[in-house]
Design a protein around this ligand. Structure first.
Ligand code: ZN
Length: 315
């Protein structure tokens, strides 16, 4: 029997867990569904990631409101992917922050990405008609942006660590608490999506920079919160290993189909049971094949191209 397309048959609800990581620092994890977070300033909130629809985001905000009633001043988007950004209108944020490249990517391919991700992961799009349109960042930066949390709470540092999961990823770093929100640059016990990635840079310089912060708590894009220096190192190490194996197997193959078969064989023993592994692998291999054959920027995924790659590799 053919495998169902991407995550289209993944319709079981995931259990969401709100964790208080430190005083005024929150993460919502969901068994491998996209994670989100929030940080309290003196009299405002910074929210990290927006989920796929305003309806999904309002459920998260309702849980957050059990802990704090402060208004959302900043909504920080780690990158441009639809399941991270299209719920933005629910936050009523004064400022929507992203990397320069993220705003450009939304302009260039936001519409196509929306259609692609909706077809790949329909369950995440709760009441998709609640999405008012593309999300446009109102404040962008290229290297680093610091938000003073006020009231002696210290700073929240937003930083670009290089190209990785996309061209414009950012991480959010709380130096005082040594907590990092890493977006999809790091996954913890969840498979990587690399269909828009720069694999070789991600696996080397970018992850080196992420690791150099010395986080003691790390919230990745999906999966459990990584705790302690060892837990953080394990999450970063898993991410790097997944990339290294992918690069080795795809780089050593003569054809795209062989690349997929070899990558699947090499990765499945360790990662095959983790969320979205089967869903992501055809798109990952396709992009890495392009990257290794001199296509600098990821080609735009459309709903049609998704199906064609899936049918060629995964069926
Ligand atoms: Zn992503």
């Amino acid at each position: 029997m053919a495998k169902p397309f991407a995550s289209s048959a993944d319709l079981g609800e995931k259990r969401q867990t709100l964790e208080v990581l430190a005083d005024g620092v929150y993460a919502l994890t969901a068994e491998g569904d996209p994670n989100v977070g929030a940080i309290e300033g003196e009299d405002f909130l910074v929210c990290f990631e927006a989920l796929a629809t305003p309806v999904a985001a309002r459920e998260w905000l309702a849980r957050l409101r059990e802990h704090t009633g402060k208004p959302v001043r900043y909504l920080v988007l780690s990158h441009y992917h639809a399941v991270r950004v299209l719920g933005a209108s629910a936050f009523g944020a004064d400022v929507v922050v992203a990397h320069d490249r993220t705003r450009e990517l939304i302009a260039e391919r936001g519409e196509q990405d929306w259609a692609s991700e909706y077809a790949r992961m329909p369950r995440l799009f709760r009441e998709p008609e609640s999405i008012p349109g593309l999300t446009w960042p109102t404040l962008t930066f290229s290297d680093r942006l610091t938000i003073d949390l006020g009231g002696g709470r210290g700073d929240l540092v937003l930083a670009h660590c290089g190209r990785g999961h996309t061209e414009g990823d950012l991480v959010a770093w709380l130096p005082r608490q040594r907590i990092m929100f890493a977006g999809d640059l790091v996954e913890s016990q969840a498979a990587l999506y690399t269909g828009d990635a720069f694999h070789r840079e991600w696996a080397s310089a970018t992850l080196d920079r992420v690791a150099s912060y010395g986080a003691l708590t790390l919230v990745g894009g999906r999966g459990a919160v990584a705790r302690g220096a060892d837990g953080v190192a394990a999450a970063i190490g898993q991410t790097r290993d997944f990339l290294d194996v992918l690069i080795r197997e795809v780089g050593g193959a003569a054809t795209l189909k062989e690349a997929f078969a070899n990558a699947h064989r090499a990765l499945a023993p360790r990662y095959g049971s983790w969320p979205i592994f089967e869903h992501c692998l055809p798109f990952n291999v396709s992009r890495l094949w392009d990257e290794l054959h001199g296509i600098e920027r990821p080609r735009i995924w459309t709903a049609e191209r998704d199906r064609a790659v899936w049918d060629e590799l995964q069926s």
